[in-house]
Design a protein around this ligand. Structure first.
Ligand code: ATP
Length: 442
């Protein structure tokens, strides 16, 4: 039964002011156009959970595109309409996005036996969604602003921490929801409900993943890897028999869990650095999942999961490098090599390969070496340029590169620091290569 309650106060207290203003403006716009407007889905769920979420999803009972264009004018936003689905995306000047969907009854197929009076277009829109916790809506139009609409018991499930589908064919309709269920379960530390879990097991028995495209599965696995607690999520998938359903080779044995756990730790560490370059986290986990596999096995998986050519290349080239890098790294540790040597060993690796290598090292000092490379060595630049060296009287050629490389090694090893020192170092190199006194540098 439809439950309603006013959460205006919670909304005003919990949401940032600019978001509240946006919602109010959306509501007023709806009133002007005589259509009902609701905030729905993950945004409402997260507000009730007290989790910040800037992704606003709106549902309009009426023409969503006309509404979006009107609201977009008021906000000075770009509007990208999608005529086929009657949706639109607003892109605000600050970069924030608002998704607008149209809820229109005639677009849904519903069983003829359903009593029509019971239907509202909002309800039909929400009924197509994955889990009850994602079906809450907040009315935004002025007299009703802040009224929470709960058709499917979403509030109670948020309170109880339960992931529950809306009907028994949900997973057959869209098997990716199974992976989503596990993702939400781990993210919120919720529990998949008993009946919902039975439906998952049933779906597995019906082999529903076999008909699902590799690209869609990969997309969901990727989201899983990027969300919180991916290892627990992968374990949950394995224990429900899902990974082996996608491909028998994905079923990782318990002995691989330590490596995956280490990957999780390294990724968490890397995220805390707030580095600009973001790794493809899924690829790092994938490297872990396929560790010890031969090339054919890896190819079987990348083809089942429809990896794009560039990702296949990344996986294959990284795997080709890994063994050699590991060997060199061990040697480097044994011989007490320099920072510049470390740089030479690690710089050919992709960021994903570096993170994987860091996770894979058993020896703490080698782990630390990789982390030192990532935090301190990777971006080291030099203050001497080719034109500086030209002024030293050298003709451009391979020797140029050698000198610049030597300066870089000296900088990496902390032997020279300032531009002056670097120039002096370069001059000395140039002189020894030329066998003559360097010219003065202005
Ligand atoms: P996140 O915080 O991960 O973005 P979200 O709930 O906002 O979580 P989205 O993937 O952005 O999730 O999806 C937006 C809404 O669309 C969700 O609230 C969900 O109800 C619905 N949805 C997404 N994917 C599906 C699906 N496969 N089946 C049904 N509904 C879906």
């Amino acid at each position: 039964k439809r439950q309603e309650k006013n959460i205006r106060q919670i909304l005003l207290e919990r949401l940032p002011k600019d978001i509240v203003s946006l919602l109010q403006l959306a509501g007023q716009t709806g009133q002007e156009l005589d259509v009902a407007v609701y905030a729905v889905g993950g945004f409402v769920r997260d507000m009730l959970l007290g989790i910040p979420n800037d992704d606003i999803d709106l549902v309009v009972e009426g023409d969503g595109i006309a509404f979006a264009q009107n609201l977009g004018r008021k906000l000075g936003a770009r509007v990208r309409p999608h005529l086929k689905f009657r949706t639109a995306v607003l892109i605000l000047p600050g970069g924030q996005k608002i998704d607008v969907a149209t809820a229109r009854l005639e677009y849904y197929e519903y069983p003829a036996a359903l009593p029509i009076v019971e239907l509202s277009s909002l309800k039909m829109d929400l009924y197509r969604r994955d889990f009850s916790i994602n079906t809450l809506a907040i009315h935004l139009c002025p007299p009703h602003f802040g009224r929470l609409v709960d058709f499917f018991g979403g509030q109670q499930d948020i309170k109880d921490g339960v992931i529950r589908v809306l009907h028994s064919l949900s997973f057959v309709e869209d098997p990716t929801r199974i992976i989503r269920a596990i993702r939400f379960e781990q993210r919120f530390q919720f529990k998949i409900g008993g009946q919902t879990e039975r439906l998952i097991k049933n779906a597995v028995r019906l082999n529903i993943f076999q008909k699902l495209s590799g690209a869609r599965i990969r997309h969901e696995l990727r989201l899983l890897a990027e969300d919180s607690a991916p290892l627990d999520a992968f374990i949950r998938m394995r224990d429900l028999g899902l990974l082996q359903e996608i491909h028998p080779l994905l079923h990782f044995p318990q002995t691989k869990e330590a490596l995956l756990e280490e990957i999780e730790r390294v990724i968490t560490w890397y995220k805390l650095l707030f580095r600009e370059e973001a790794p493809d986290i899924w690829i790092v986990y994938f490297l872990g999942l396929v560790s010890g596999f031969d090339t054919h096995q890896v190819q079987a998986l990348t083809s089942r999961l429809r990896f794009p050519p560039k990702r296949i290349e990344l996986v294959e080239s990284t795997r080709r490098q890994l063994r050699y890098v590991a060997m060199q790294l061990a040697q480097w540790g044994k011989n007490g090599g320099s920072a510049a040597d470390l740089y030479d060993i690690l710089s050919p690796l992709s960021l994903e390969g570096l993170l994987y290598t860091m996770a894979k090292q058993r020896k703490l000092e080698l782990k630390k070496a990789v982390s030192h490379y990532l935090t301190h060595l990777q971006d080291v630049g030099i203050l001497v340029t080719g034109s500086d060296i030209k002024k030293m009287g050298l003709e451009p050629g391979p020797r140029f590169a050698n000198i610049l490389r030597a300066v870089k090694r000296a900088v990496l090893n902390g032997e020279v620091r300032t531009r002056e020192d670097q120039l002096k170092y370069a001059r000395r190199m140039a002189a020894s290569l030329q066998g003559q006194e360097p010219k003065a540098v202005s």
